[in-house]
Ligand binder design. Sequence first.
Ligand code: F6P
Length: 363
Amino acid sequence: MGMKLGILTGGGDCPGLNALIRAVVKRGTLEFGHTFVGIADGYRGLMEPDLASPLTREDIRGILPRGGTILGTSNKANPFQWAVKEDGRWVERDLSDVAVARVKELGLGGLVAIGGDGTLSIAYRLSQKGVKVVGCPKTIDNDLTGTDQTFGFDTARAICTDAVDKLHTTAESHERVMVLEVMGRNAGFLALESGMAGGADVILIPEVPYRVEPILEKLKRRQDRKRSFSIIVVSEGAYPAGGSVSVASKAEDTPGRGVVRLGGAGKQLADALSARVEAEIRVTVLGHLQRGGGPTAADRLLATRFGAKVMDLVRDGQWGHMVGLQGREIVPVALQASTKDRKVDVGGDLVRFARSIGTCLGD
Ligand code: F6P
């Protein structure tokens, strides 16, 4: 007997969300006879009226290659820290009971929550309150525990690599040092892997606090070898040893689920280098281009596998779990209070190989 399932996407969008929604709805309707309710704008859709509507096979037609999310998303809407204005100022209140009541009111037999650390930890807390939830991990940062890879990462990595390639040609023509700042929050996967794929000379990641001297030496060595340009890929979360991460806006600037926004690491580095480097330095901040556009084939596949697997968890009553890639298999993984502490292994293969081919990591 089919049931009615809610589905929402929370946090920053990433390529592959629509592919996942499509797989959930297709397998759910074709194989199990479930019906779906699309909940708009992440958890906001459970807190405010009129943001939930039927999601049918008609609605998902043609969305597989499309970027973004047809359901909309929010990285501020947290029922446990809901922003309300009291006496003219914003305060956060735990209104999670509203979300729980809404799930009942909509007659949902279960909820599919697709998102990153924030969305999945809210899913965990809702499941502790009795809501039947299944999670799906996504993020371009690839920094979630419980899954070897998140979808969205492959696409973002390809976009960053393409940017490194493009910077190469103009760097070479003008004999410049090009600094490319990429996303990834406090994990260096995007910077490291796109930097290696694009052949960057210097790659700076949060896991390895950098010093200016080794970078200057690397640039000098290149100049001595008549390489008059250099490419530096810097993660937004990278910071100088003894210094701090560059922040674009603080948590308290955002009412509701306060999120620290990183940004400025590229400029911070360029400022530190400019007085000591002869060549001109230019900084490119790739920003949200990294999250835009359609997913790569690998991300479409991973998202589709995640989406189809969700239906196994629903069938088996494995609520309070998310799907994850472990080795070659998609497996159920228990939701946790936090899933965000996966970092680049600085003693691992990738870092070792990067060093072995002469890439400077700033240490
Ligand atoms: O987590 C995904 C991500 O793109 C990070 O890499 C980045 O720091 C952040 O989201 C940007 O957030 P926003 O879209 O709110 O600017």
